[in-house]
Design a protein around this ligand. Structure first.
Ligand code: 8OZ
Length: 367
């Protein structure tokens, strides 16, 4: 039987174990450039089989929170080079999560204080995070404008450039953020997408932007360096679809030929319950649709896993298990899980923004 602690081959990558550090937004990159603290933070966590970086924006328009990093300038590439070198030196592997927030943004964060962009001009009833003079605050998202169809190729290109930049920065690959109510998920789901053109209406049309992005990114850097994060039923960021099962089974079938490294699935509400009463979804059927269509990518599961649940998931056919919050407060999470050791509690007040406190100062078992 395979164990979460044993090495595994995923596409071109040999991972030390099946434990993945999930992407975690930490808001510590002023001017969208990661700092020395990020180098330390990621190096400390390099015993994960794979690290997926925090969401990293593909363009200034793709930004929705204060002080998140980007991957569209030379300065950003140079800063990330130091992070990836540190992780590699410590024996780890790291993908960059590439991200466009769509409507989950605020005019204060947008170029020239323009409204954020979205498939349709529908406000997300959710909050974003602003920083003014070092003081953080949560704010209602701004009313977005609908993207014109002519603008979409530019967004696909921004994802493609970010993937190329990720390779230049030394990342082992990228994870496209198709989850949690951000731009790609907004196009997928009919609660946010009321378009009348080729990108709205039918399931095929709503999946079009995602698939164009995935084809562009895989052509750019090779499918075996590309993962995708999806969250079929999460209510995060005010997102909903009236019939997610056929939508995601269509997506699964279309992804199969792209030879992706992995599909990363958030089961349930992001960071919340795994079951949602009014949002039934058969995750097994979703996976079968992918594999029946010939999809060979690793299957990464995520949401509220502990060691016992993770072992069970792998025994039942999952290839990788992602852990989020436990990695914030336990840089040596893999070691602690292996030893069945107690975990450090996470301090929520230092999740978003700030400096070393609650970021690089959590102790390992060995001190
Ligand atoms: C928490 C805070 C801000 C952003 C996500 C990128 O939900 C995020 C995020 C999470 O995927």
């Amino acid at each position: 039987m395979s164990s979460i602690f044993e090495p595994v081959q995923i596409g071109a990558l040999k991972l030390h174990n099946r434990i993945v550090m999930a992407p975690l937004t930490r808001n510590r990159s002023p001017n969208a450039i990661p700092t020395d603290l990020a180098v330390t933070y990621y190096r400390q966590r390099a015993s994960a089989g794979l690290i997926v970086s925090e969401g990293t924006v593909i363009s200034p328009q793709g930004q929705g929170y204060a002080d998140v990093p980007g991957l569209y300038s030379t300065e950003q590439i140079d800063a990330w080079k130091r992070v990836t070198a540190a992780v590699h030196e410590a024996g780890g592997k790291i993908f960059c999560q590439i991200w466009h927030v769509g409507r989950v943004s605020h005019t204060d964060l947008q170029p020239d204080n323009q409204p954020p962009v979205a498939p349709s001009a529908i406000t997300a009833k959710t909050k974003t995070y602003l920083l003014k003079d070092g003081v953080g605050s949560f704010a209602e998202t701004s009313h977005p404008r609908a993207l014109r169809a002519e603008e979409l190729p530019g967004i696909v290109r921004d994802f493609q450039h970010a993937a190329r930049n990720a390779v230049l920065a030394g990342f082992d690959g990228v994870e496209v953020h198709g989850a949690n109510g951000y731009l790609i998920d907004q196009f997928l789901k009919d609660g946010a997408n009321h378009r009348k053109d080729d990108y709205g209406g039918s399931i095929e049309n709503r999946a079009r932007l995602l698939l164009e992005v995935m084809r562009a990114v895989t052509e750019e850097i090779g499918g075996d360096r590309v993962g995708l994060r999806l969250s079929p039923i999460t209510p995060a960021n005010d997102i909903v679809d009236s019939n997610p099962q056929p939508l995601f089974e269509h997506v699964a079938r279309e992804l199969a030929p792209l030879r992706l490294a992995y599909i990363h699935v958030i089961e349930g509400a992001t960071g919340g319950p795994r079951e949602i009463a009014d949002r039934p979804f058969d995750f097994g059927a979703f996976k079968s649709a992918y594999q029946t269509a010939g999809g060979k990518g690793a299957w990464m599961v995520n949401n509220g896993y502990d060691r016992a649940m993770a072992e069970k998931a792998v025994a039942n056919g999952a290839d990788l298990v992602a852990f989020g919050r436990p990695f914030i407060s336990n840089p040596d999470l893999v070691h602690r899980l292996r030893e069945n050791a107690e975990l450090n509690a996470a301090d929520k007040t230092t999740f978003y923004g700030g400096g070393a406190k609650g970021y690089t100062d959590y102790p390992t078992l060995n001190g």
